[in-house]
Design a protein around this ligand. Structure first.
Ligand SMILES: Cc1cc2nc3c(=O)[nH]c(=O)nc-3n(C[C@H](O)[C@H](O)[C@H](O)COP(=O)(O)OP(=O)(O)OC[C@H]3O[C@@H](n4cnc5c(N)ncnc54)[C@H](O)[C@@H]3O)c2cc1C
Length: 414
């Protein structure tokens, strides 16, 4: 397939945000082209999805292929601290919506999305990296891409969607990157053989273990029998462990009694665990003349509530609708209709992320008393329904979280 030199919308990146935007724009009859730096399948982190992203995948025409793939269904999220367990089931959530999502190996998930786009007739050029963009006065643009043979081409587009994830293409080119409000955190993680998973748990939801008040562990079982296991904490935590990364990881896993039991054979399917650090990032503006940013390029906070792919697909969905209107010549207020809308959802997650790390949420999740009605409202946030203003944990998230934590810990002397 030849690279098109002129398109209505050029999309940077074939991750979930790029492919969802492409599907919606293509269905609206616009000429779309995706350029993707890597060859697929490629690894990326972000394996636990939330129910809200199913709506975006569906609208983009991508859901059937995802459902057909046979990924592990995810029906909730379980939080464990010592012997205390808080098990959220999406079927109990307050906001009407999807009651499950999936636990996915991202290489396979993202390839499924990309293949489906290709089947729909959307061109995707892999190993094609955006290296420069010039936006003209009228909002149309010239994008320079570098191909795998080192040659460059120019693509003219009426509009650009930047879904480049950790690549942060347009914020970097246009100087829009801003420091995050989050502390720098690190993860060490691996894909593991998990022959004893049935002894420990059912595989139909993820488990988050509180290792210590600032360090947690994800356990994400896949349909293949392999499980993703990752420690997340401040860099200091990891410095305590010596040896090579595999030895460090094994020692950490064995420091958590339930994980030591479950992963007693400790067999990684990778040669060594992978390390990531300092992923939180934000951007001054999520839009500009002739372009909009979607997914991780906007703001990424923290993985504890698995919000990344959901915010990526929901932002792509919202941006695609606005691009369609804009290219029809309609007036779009990008600030209120896009940036503030997305920021509302991100801010609800920010409240929860901050309340997780400062311990406020533990007082709710691991309280002796359970306020089921309120937990079901929190469950909707954890399902990604962070725009439902009838939910007090959305509308006044900070106040509601603090009030409930105070109420539940009223008899606890600290
Ligand atoms: C430790 C950790 C754990 C996480 N766990 C979860 C989780 O459980 N659930 C969850 O939902 N999210 C999770 N996330 C977040 C998740 O990784 C991202 O939110 C998600 O991948 C964002 O999707 P995206 O489409 O915006 O970008 P990506 O998935 O990163 O896709 C962007 C694509 O753009 C391409 N690209 C980059 N630069 C260029 C360029 N110059 N030219 C062309 N193409 C380019 C890349 O190759 C890539 O394929 C986690 C993040 C971290 C750090």
């Amino acid at each position: 397939m030849d690279l098109k030199k002129q398109v209505d919308v050029l999309i940077i990146g074939a991750g979930p945000s790029g492919t969802v935007a492409a599907g919606i724009l293509h269905k609206a009859g616009l000429g779309v082209q995706i350029v993707e730096k890597m060859r697929f399948p490629r690894f990326v982190i972000g394996e636990s999805l939330l129910p809200r992203c199913m709506e975006a995948l569906d609208e983009a025409g991508l859901l059937k292929a995802v459902e057909a793939h046979g990924f592990q269904q995810k029906t909730g999220a379980k939080f464990v601290w010592g012997d205390r367990v808080c098990d959220f089931k999406f079927s109990n959530q307050y906001t009407p919506g999807w009651q499950y999502a999936y636990q996915v190996t991202r290489a396979d998930f993202d390839k499924t999305l990309a293949d489906t786009c290709l089947e729909m007739g959307i061109p995707i050029h892999f190993e094609t990296e955006v290296t420069g963009v010039t936006v003209r006065e009228d909002g149309s643009s010239l994008t320079t891409v570098k191909k795998s043979d080192g040659s460059t081409e120019i693509i003219e587009a009426r509009f650009i969607i930047d879904g480049s994830g950790y690549g942060r293409v347009l914020p970097t080119l246009f100087g829009l990157n801003r420091p995050s409000t989050q502390h720098t955190r690190r993860t060490l993680f691996a894909h593991m053989k998990d022959p004893f998973r049935q002894e420990a748990d059912e595989p139909d939801r993820i488990t988050i273990y509180v290792h210590d008040p600032k360090t947690w562990v994800w356990v994400i079982p896949f349909a293949t029998g392999i499980t993703s296991l990752g420690y997340v904490g401040s860099p200091d935590f990891f410095e305590k462990y010596s040896g090579n990364s595999a030895q460090q990881f094994k020692a950490m896993v064995y420091d958590e009694p339930k994980l030591k039991e479950r992963f007693r054979h400790f067999e990684m399917i990778w040669e060594e665990p992978r390390l990531l650090q300092g992923w939180s990032a934000t951007t001054e503006k999520f839009y500009g003349k002739g372009f909009v940013l979607t997914g991780n390029v906007t703001e990424f906070l923290d993985p504890v509530f698995s919000s990344g792919v959901t915010l990526a697909t929901v932002s792509a969905q919202a941006a695609a609708h606005l691009v369609i209107r804009h290219l029809k010549g309609e007036q779009v207020d990008w600030q209120s209709e896009y940036m503030e809308y997305m920021q509302t959802g991100v801010d609800v997650f920010r409240t929860f992320v901050d309340a997780w790390y400062d311990g406020t949420l533990y007082k709710i999740f691991f309280a002796d008393e359970r306020e089921e009605d309120l937990l079901n409202k929190i469950c909707s946030v954890l399902a990604g329904y962070v725009w439902d203003e009838s939910n007090p944990f959305v509308k006044k998230s900070e106040k509601s979280v603090k009030a409930l934590a105070n109420y539940l810990s009223r008899n606890v002397v600290e």
